[in-house]
Design a protein around this ligand. Structure first.
Ligand SMILES: NC(=O)c1ccc[n+]([C@@H]2O[C@H](COP(=O)([O-])OP(=O)(O)OC[C@H]3O[C@@H](n4cnc5c(N)ncnc54)[C@H](O)[C@@H]3O)[C@@H](O)[C@H]2O)c1
Length: 247
């Protein structure tokens, strides 16, 4: 087991990429704080992990609410005594054009998708520094942070921010033995904000299939395990080669 007895906080872990990541890290021995805004989803994933012989608890928090994030970190630390791993996975997509989106929708998208990873990263890192054991953080970005899109504008801006948030976090937390990296997915499972896999989603990569949540979970496992000990501040593209294609 690669993560035996380590404590992992995974945001947006109530379904899809976060859920699969929670289950894979649990299978490698980590105790999982399954964090989601939706109580039913968080508790269901935590129950699934326990039923499979792992250790997990459901935690409800909105990652864009600093008071909720502080409570989350205090609750997880009270339950397991430490935090070793953070996966900043929760996000919200606007799917709007610049003319359609309102200021309120812009603010919400930035708050969840960019400010959320900053807030959870800040408070978890503080707990890691206090505990003195170092740690590993993975921010989930998106290929949308590297390209323009016809129908998303706050989300693409926020994910561009997540890429450089990752680099600055990596520099600022390295002296504390906290290793920060990012994963960059494209078209994994169902679209962000949707529950069901859409088999008609066009395949635009070099693998001839769309990604599955397990593809992302395996990349996250690599980045939080000692197998990636010399990798810091990197953005690992998990996109079937989409980003290297001209057309
Ligand atoms: N699905 C894709 O094709 C795809 C592509 C590129 C990047 N990504 C990124 O991967 C990550 C996961 O995507 P997904 O498709 O699994 O998402 P999803 O929408 O299926 O699930 C996200 C989960 O996060 C929770 N959540 C939403 N807002 C929250 C908040 N403010 N606080 C706490 N929890 C919140 C939701 O309740 C949900 O359970 C996101 O960062 C997303 O941007 C996904």
């Amino acid at each position: 087991m690669k993560l035996k007895d380590q404590v992992a906080v995974i945001t947006g872990a109530g379904r899809n990429i976060g859920e699969e990541t929670a289950k894979l890290l649990a299978a490698e021995g980590a105790r999982i704080a399954v964090v989601d805004m939706d109580r039913g989803r968080a508790d269901k994933v935590a129950a699934d992990i326990r039923a499979a012989g792992g250790d997990a608890g459901g935690f409800v928090a909105d990652v864009s609410d600093e008071a909720a994030v502080e409570k989350l970190v205090a609750d997880v630390t009270a339950k397991w005594g430490r935090i070793d791993i953070l996966v900043n996975n929760a996000a919200y997509s606007d799917n709007k054009t610049i003319f359609e989106i309102t200021k309120a929708e812009w603010d919400k998208t930035i708050a969840v998708t960019l400010t959320g990873p900053f807030l959870v990263g800040k408070h978890v890192a503080q707990a890691m520094v206090k505990a003195g054991n170092g740690g590993k953080i993975v921010n989930v970005g998106s290929t949308s942070g590297f390209r323009g899109r016809p129908r998303a504008i706050a989300y693409t801006s926020a994910k561009g921010g997540v890429a450089n948030l990752t680099r600055s976090m990596a520099m600022q937390l390295a002296p504390h033995n906290i290793r920060v990296n990012g994963v960059i997915p494209n078209k994994i499972g169902s679209p962000v904000g949707k529950d069901t896999f859409d088999p008609t989603r066009p395949v635009t990569n070099l693998r001839g299939r769309n990604g599955e949540p397990i593809d992302l979970a395996k990349a996250v496992l690599f980045l939080v395990s000692d197998d990636s000990d010399f990798i810091v501040g990197d953005l690992l593209f998990v996109d079937g080669g989409y980003s290297v294609m001209m057309e």
